[in-house]
Design a binder for this molecule. Sequence first.
Ligand SMILES: Nc1ncnc2c1ncn2[C@@H]1O[C@H](COP(=O)(O)OP(=O)(O)O)[C@@H](O)[C@H]1O
Ligand SMILES: [Mg+2]
Length: 157
Amino acid sequence: MASAQPLVLPLPTRRATLRFAKSLASVLEVGDVVFLEGPLGAGKTFFVRGVCRALGVPSKLPIQSPTFALVHEHEGRVPIVHADLYRLAEASEVSELGLSEALVGAVGLIEWGARFGDVLGRDGVLVTLEMRAGQRQARLTARGSRGREILSALTLR
Ligand SMILES: Nc1ncnc2c1ncn2[C@@H]1O[C@H](COP(=O)(O)OP(=O)(O)O)[C@@H](O)[C@H]1O
Ligand SMILES: [Mg+2]
């Protein structure tokens, strides 16, 4: 599973997306980052919410898109940093956020952040949510050796 070929996972229903979120959450450790890409409405925040719930964030706590705050922090079985970097253009803006520092001690779930992967300096997985022939799907790509480890540990069906 740790091949260079991106892994494609069909997500025909919300339930399928939540199952995938749960499976990914079960292998995530502090220091890992999941980058979420895909157009508006693709399900990035929906997926992040699923991962947060699976990591133990109580359902009474809302998990919303941090489009304006840029970064939200949550406590599950591990600290979680949820970011949305849509509005950022420059690597320097990302550095100023202090996100790299925050990610050292947390699981990072970052929407629209793949282009800043180098600035953030953490390995993990890129999840691209997209429509293909009218069907939702996720494309999974490893980033660095830890990313390959995560993908090979994933149980998908
Ligand atoms: N299979 C699916 N996976 C994820 N979201 C889905 C699915 N089917 C329908 N949706 C809906 O699509 C919307 C995705 O919105 P959101 O997660 O905010 O997108 P994004 O963060 O990518 O802009 C949600 O309202 C969600 O309920
Ligand atoms: Mg979003």
